[in-house]
Design a protein around this ligand. Structure first.
Ligand code: UD1
Length: 420
């Protein structure tokens, strides 16, 4: 298992090229199941989760090539040899549940392992199943698997009683091939959903309203192939902005639109960081500035993203003042707290709220990554800490950040991977 060894206390300074969004690329890869045409996807990040998805798809009979260095994936689902996402794959990547909607819509059956809980919470899939049932699917749960069947899905009027990114995506894909009109209400508004809808439209889907709470889809009989480039990863971008802020440095992220990061940029400004953002990218400078604590409360987009909560907590630990951080999306997303405290952070957790008292004098220690964003949080804290921080179980980080240590090194950080 690889570890990252960080010698903290260096101010970041430089420019980082942010990769394609993992959370846009995953549903778009699964959407290739909807068509027999060839799909060519560019700006696909080179990440473990992308490998897992390509493996899952090729295991189902999709043909394709994955050119990692070129960030390109080509897929063609002319036919499938099986309709199953097995426990072994779903266990390592919950997004595999996105196999369900497109496979069922195109082939009339799908079998997907129930994801079960994960370290950040129970994460049920009831909303995904409810929407597909409303479209006429017969769903049974047996032996830990979701078995879904339908001769042809039909359009339906569906209201989600809770906002879910994944359920919106699964339903959007399924409705694209259903007969008639589907109206999805109380949809998630995340930019990754807009990206998926745009890709589906390239394939010939008839979708309106993506990025708003109500999405209307006129189902079509078949979709074609197409080329598509994935949007930049707003969470990777936000992580590097927070990294520059926590080290009192500066950073430029070319090509990242500020619209992707509204709430995160607002909070960084409120902290006292200097930000310049335009259509060409985002610049942050914390050089010579005394940042101050701010409160955050995670919410669905356009609110503050839960996927940035842990990284912001590292920043708040090192910043002067008390910050109240409330996690509203996942019930157990404070696993990083105990590890941050090993580095010297002063944090009290009460239910869904963490009270972070700063500035703590962070000092290097060995810490353990527990999930993807928690790992990023520990790297940020290590960059700010005095002395050596060793982050273990870096495989979590590799699920969502491409070459993080190389990118940080190029901006002056001392960070090295040790392969064990
Ligand atoms: C996606 C992102 C993940 C991010 C999350 C919230 C991907 C691959 N992952 O995950 O990085 O942290 O959005 O922004 O895009 N829920 C239910 N029933 C359901 C579905 C969800 O109760 O059927 C609950 C979840 O337990 C959670 C909340 O709804 O409390 C939001 O989850 P959801 O938006 O579905 O997250 P994901 O799509 O799994």
């Amino acid at each position: 298992m690889d570890t990252l060894v960080i010698e903290g206390g260096k101010k970041l300074s430089g420019s980082i090229q942010v990769g394609g969004a993992k959370n846009a690329a995953l549903p778009i890869l699964f959407a290739a199941i909807l068509t027999g045409g060839r799909c060519r996807l560019t700006n696909v990040p080179d990440l473990a989760d992308i490998d897992t998805t390509v493996r899952l798809l090729t295991g189902m009979g999709v043909t394709g090539t994955h050119r990692r260095a070129e960030h390109t994936v080509e897929l063609q689902a002319a036919r499938l040899s099986n309709f199953e996402a097995s426990y072994d794959l779903v266990r390592t990547m919950r997004a595999s549940v996105l196999v369900l909607g497109p496979t069922l819509a195109r082939f009339g059956e799908a079998r997907v392992s129930l994801p079960g809980g994960c370290s950040i919470g129970a994460r049920p899939v009831n909303l995904h199943l409810m929407a597909l049932e409303k479209m006429g699917a017969q769903i049974t749960l047996e032996g830990g698997y979701i078995n879904a069947k339908a001769s042809r899905l039909r359009g339906a009027d569906i209201t989600f009683d809770q906002i879910s990114v994944g359920a919106t995506e699964n339903s959007l894909m399924a409705a694209s091939l259903a007969s008639g009109r589907t109206i999805l209400r109380n949809c998630a508004l995340e930019p990754e959903i807009i990206d998926l809808a745009r890709f589906l439209k390239v394939l010939g889907a008839k979708i309106q309203g993506e990025g708003t709470p109500v999405i209307t889809i006129e189902g079509v009989d078949a979709l074609g192939g197409g080329d598509y480039s994935i949007i930049p990863d707003r969470i990777e971008a936000g992580t590097y902005l927070a990294a520059a802020a926590v080290t009192g440095g500066e950073i430029h992220l070319p090509g990242v639109s500020p619209e992707l990061l509204g709430a995160v940029l607002d909070k960084l400004r409120e902290c006292g960081a200097e930000l310049a953002a335009d259509s060409k990218g985002i610049r942050l400078s914390a050089t010579g500035r005394q940042l101050k604590a701010v409160d955050i409360s995670t919410l669905p987009f356009p609110g503050f993203p839960t996927d940035m909560q842990a990284q912001f907590m590292a920043l708040m630990a090192a910043t002067s003042g008390t910050s109240i951080i409330t996690e509203n999306i996942f019930e157990n997303r404070f696993m990083h707290v105990a590890e941050l405290m090993r580095l010297g952070a002063d944090i009290t957790v009460q239910g869904a709220t963490a009270i972070v008292r700063g500035p703590a004098k962070l000092t290097g220690a060995t810490v353990m990554a527990t999930d993807l964003r928690a790992s990023a949080c520990l790297v940020l804290a290590g960059l700010a800490a005095e002395g050596i921080t060793t982050v273990r179980r870096v495989y979590h980080l590799d699920r969502g950040y491409e070459k993080m240590e190389t990118k940080l090194k190029a901006c002056g950080a001392t960070i090295n991977r040790q392969v064990e």
